[in-house]
Ligand binder design. Structure first.
Ligand code: HEM
Length: 554
């Protein structure tokens, strides 16, 4: 019995010793493996050929960026200029945050135009921009081509331009001007960026679903769908700055920013799917003639214009979401920075006004005073109904698309604002196959490339020594026409086959808004205002654009 016990004990001790030995071996192997991975990573990183910043062990170059986050776009402009326009950014170890960063216009032309097929958005981009679904902004290859063709043919239709023209004119006349007037009468400080954000939201909603949610009203209401959009965009930015594993875990656990993203997407989806359902029902009751007369919003067009592919609800949802994002905050950003620059450059403002007066002398004060946008009886035409009256007075107050096309100097001033403050400050691409960029930098298949539109707009080689100055004159030729700049240099709207589809429409809308406001009001930005960009995928102003409004003495 005792020998049996002894045997068992010794066997037990032997097993335990074996276990401890195995554990020690395992630990040993782990330490050696960690050491070699450390050395390997350190070696690889040290031999990164074109580092932009100091590459710290484990954290990579991220600490320097975080330290400069408050001025991240200017910081990268300086760093890239110092490194000849292109270099490598290495994120923390074991994250996929390594990028080749460039602001070299020849590299950008190479990627966006010459070797377009080799530089795609890629699946990582689609992961981060998940709420966009398979829409035109995120899709690649055939899906993108189909979307692009459908949207392109829609945007180029005269009927669509007329619809947008009328929508913008009415919105400016019935909401934007009265609200500015109200603020002016009360002597209140207003946040112009908030006003533009509400304006562009109502406007894009009318353009897409044919319904105005009236975010821009005197009482500045909180509108759930607008809030949902803002939250979606914040979450997308968050996904850019934290490692993929972190936000994916948060998404799985439904906590933090990811929880907000899920809720925001649900709000958007509920809204858009109900719009789709009612639009389908409405259209099903229309005769062919009525369909042709119907307002030409995006949903109507997408439902009625299938081109050999089923436009199911998911297709319409993705189309709408992409259009919302592409055409909304970009416009807010452009208008905000434009008005800030104008407030800082009174001579430019004076020249814009002079141009407007030269072209539209006879239109001044054609109808009601700017403080009064109610439906008065028209003394000359008693037979007008409200809708006709509105159209008549709107056309006197707000210049239409055909009219603003004549405003060349204003166009130049907007180009200049977009050059210095491109609403989309950075973009990314993924290489499919190995390639060499014109700057001589090698890329492998899957290399992520980031290009800074912001740095390109401030590049001395493209724009000359005065590249940091706001000079609309650089856009005006001796013959008084707009100077042409190739899109891969004036990059605010992207270039090549994926150039912004709404570029012309955006210019026309911005000119309509800017001319209508500047004819009636001038602004004084509050004294302690600091114009810092937000940390966001769109270049907005961190503290808004707070200003006092004065009536302009015409
Ligand atoms: C100042 C205003 C605008 C600016 C600066 C701007 C800029 C841009 C940029 C940089 C892109 C490329 C984005 C990327 O590939 O990641 C883009 C794409 C796009 N934009 Fe705009 N945009 C503006 C207004 C608009 C408007 C008003 C619309 C719609 C009416 C619009 C529709 C689109 C669409 C559909 C795309 C996707 C094109 C494609 O990938 O094929 N944009 N825009």
């Amino acid at each position: 019995m005792s020998s049996n016990l002894h045997f068992k004990n010794s066997k037990f001790m032997h097993t335990q010793a074996q276990l401890s030995f195995d554990m020690a071996m395992l630990l040993y192997v782990f330490i050696i493996a960690s050491f070699f991975s450390f050395v390997y990573f350190f070696h690889c990183r040290r031999f990164s050929k074109h580092p932009l910043l100091v590459d710290y062990p484990i954290l990579g170059m991220l600490p320097t960026v975080i330290f400069n986050l408050w001025r991240v776009h200017d910081f990268f402009t300086e760093v890239l200029t110092k490194h000849g326009g292109t270099g490598e950014f290495k994120g923390p170890w074991f994250t996929k945050m390594n990028y080749l960063v460039t602001c070299d216009s020849l590299n950008v032309q190479h990627m966006l135009c010459k070797r377009f097929d080799n530089y795609i958005k890629g699946s990582e981009f689609r992961d981060i921009f998940e709420p966009f679904g398979d829409g035109v902004v995120t899709a690649d290859s055939e899906t993108w081509k189909y979307f692009r063709t459908v949207l392109h043919s829609l945007i180029k239709q005269r009927r669509f331009e007329v619809f947008v023209d009328q929508t913008v004119q009415k919105k400016v006349y019935t909401s934007l001007l009265p609200i500015l007037d109200h603020a002016q009468q009360q002597g209140r400080v207003v946040d112009l960026q908030d006003i533009f954000n509400r304006f562009t939201f109502d406007n894009i909603c009318s353009t897409i679903v044919g319904h105005d949610p009236k975010c821009l009203s005197i009482d500045f209401p909180e509108v759930a769908i607008e809030k949902a959009f803002n939250e979606c965009e914040e979450s997308i930015f968050y996904r850019h700055v934290v490692p993929g594993s972190v936000w994916k875990l948060q998404k799985w656990l439904q906590i933090g920013q990811e929880k907000k993203m899920t809720e925001a997407c649900r709000t958007f989806d509920d809204f858009i799917y109900s719009c789709i359902a009612s639009k389908r029902e409405e259209l099903s009751k229309c005769s062919r003639e009525e369909m042709e007369e119907a307002p030409f919003d995006l949903l109507t067009a997408l439902i009625t214009e299938e081109r050999g592919r089923l436009h199911d609800d998911k297709f319409l949802r993705d189309g709408a979401f992409n259009f919302f994002v592409a055409g909304r905050e970009t416009m807010t950003s452009a208008l905000t920075w434009f008005f800030w620059l104008i407030a800082k450059h009174p001579l430019v403002e004076a020249k814009i006004l002079e141009e407007i007066r030269d072209h539209f002398k006879t239109d001044e004060k054609k109808t009601v005073d700017c403080g009064d946008h109610g439906f008065h009886e028209d003394h000359h035409d008693h037979n007008l109904d409200q809708e006709q009256y509105l159209e008549k007075s709107v056309s006197g107050e707000v210049l239409g698309m055909q009219e603003v096309k004549k405003l060349v100097y204003l166009h130049g001033a907007l180009c200049e604002a977009l050059r210095l403050f491109p609403p989309v400050p950075i973009e990314r691409k993924q290489a499919v196959k190995a390639d060499t960029l014109p700057s001589g930098h090698r890329v492998n298949g899957n290399t992520m490339i980031m290009f800074s539109l912001y740095a390109m707009g401030r590049c001395e080689e493209i724009w000359g020594k005065d590249c940091l100055e706001f000079k609309p004159e650089r856009w005006i030729s001796e013959r008084g026409e707009i100077v042409y700049a190739p899109a891969y240099k004036f990059i605010a709207f992207n270039a090549g086959p994926r150039i912004c589809l709404g570029k012309d429409l955006a210019f026309l809308q911005m000119k309509m808004v800017a001319a209508a406001i500047l004819r009636k009001y001038c602004f004084k930005v509050v004294e302690d205002h600091v114009a810092t960009p937000t940390h966001s995928i769109v270049l907005l102003m961190k503290n808004g654009l707070k200003a006092r409004i004065m009536k302009r003495e015409v």
